[in-house]
Design a protein around this ligand. Structure first.
Ligand code: HEC
Length: 189
C-alpha cells in the first residue's frame, strides 16, 4: 500500500521533471529568453503593420502587435463565448505545449493555474497577451508588476518567436477565459 503510493509519486516526479525545473528555479532564465533591446524600442512607424492587418493584409506577429500598441490597450477581437473559437483555442494551447506547465485543462500543477481568481500580473487581455509574448522577465521591464501571489513561483517563458499569428494567441486566450472559474464580479475582460 505504502510502497504503491511512493511508486506513484516517483512516476509523477519523473514525468513532470522537465517542467518542474522551470517552476522551481525562479531565477533561472527560461530557455527561450533572449534580450532583444532593439525590439523593445517603440518606433513611430510601428502602427503601419497594424493598419495593414486590419485592412486584411498578412497576419501580424504577436510581438509586432505588442510593440505597436500602447500599454493597456490590447483587446481580444474574438468572442470568448463562441464555442468554435474556444475549441480552436484549446487546440492551439495544446499545440504550443502550454499544457506541459499549466495542465491540459488549465488547472495548473507545476505552474500556476489559469482557472482560479488570482492573476499574477492582472487578468485583462492586455496583460495576458503581453505576458505570453514577452515572458515574465521582459514583461516586468515594460512596467508590469506582480500583484497576485500564486502558490508556484517561476518565470513564464516568452512565446514571441513561437507564435507567427496574433490571432492564434487571442484564440488561446479565449479558451483560457472559458476554463476560468472565478466569480462574475472579478472578471476583468
Ligand atoms: C515552462 C512552463 C510554462 C509554459 C510552457 C507556459 N507557461 Fe504560462 N506561466 C508559467 C509560469 C511559471 C507562470 C507564472 C509567471 C510569473 O509568476 O511570473 C505563467 C503564467 C501564465 C499566465 C498568467 C497566470 C496567472 O495566474 O496570472 C497565463 C495566462 C499563461 N501563463 C498562459 C500560458 C500560455 C497560453 C502558454 C502557451 C502559449 C503558456 N502559458 C506556457 C509557466 C509556463
Amino acid at each position: 500500500m505504502k510502497s504503491n503510493f511512493l511508486t506513484l509519486l516517483l512516476a509523477a516526479a519523473v514525468s513532470s521533471g522537465a517542467f518542474a525545473a522551470v517552476c522551481a528555479a525562479a531565477d533561472e532564465p527560461a530557455p527561450a529568453a533572449k534580450t532583444e533591446p532593439a525590439e523593445a524600442e517603440k518606433k513611430s512607424d510601428a502602427a503601419a503593420p497594424a493598419a495593414a492587418a486590419a485592412a486584411g493584409g498578412a497576419p501580424m506577429k504577436p510581438i509586432d502587435r505588442v510593440n505597436a500598441t500602447e500599454k493597456g490597450k490590447l483587446k481580444n477581437p474574438f468572442d470568448y463565448k463562441d464555442p468554435k473559437i474556444v475549441e480552436e483555442g484549446h487546440k492551439i494551447y495544446m499545440g504550443l505545449s502550454c499544457n506541459g506547465c499549466h495542465g491540459g485543462g488549465g488547472g495548473g500543477g507545476m505552474c500556476p493555474p489559469l482557472t482560479n481568481e488570482t492573476w499574477v500580473y492582472g487578468g485583462d487581455d492586455d496583460t495576458l497577451f503581453r505576458l505570453i509574448v514577452l515572458g515574465s522577465q521582459e514583461l516586468q521591464k515594460h512596467g508590469y508588476a506582480r500583484k497576485g501571489q500564486e502558490g508556484v513561483v517561476g518565470p513564464m517563458p516568452p512565446y514571441k518567436d513561437l507564435i507567427d499569428d496574433e490571432a492564434k494567441l487571442w484564440k488561446a486566450i479565449v479558451w483560457i477565459r472559458s476554463v476560468w472559474k472565478g466569480r462574475e464580479e472579478k472578471k476583468v475582460w
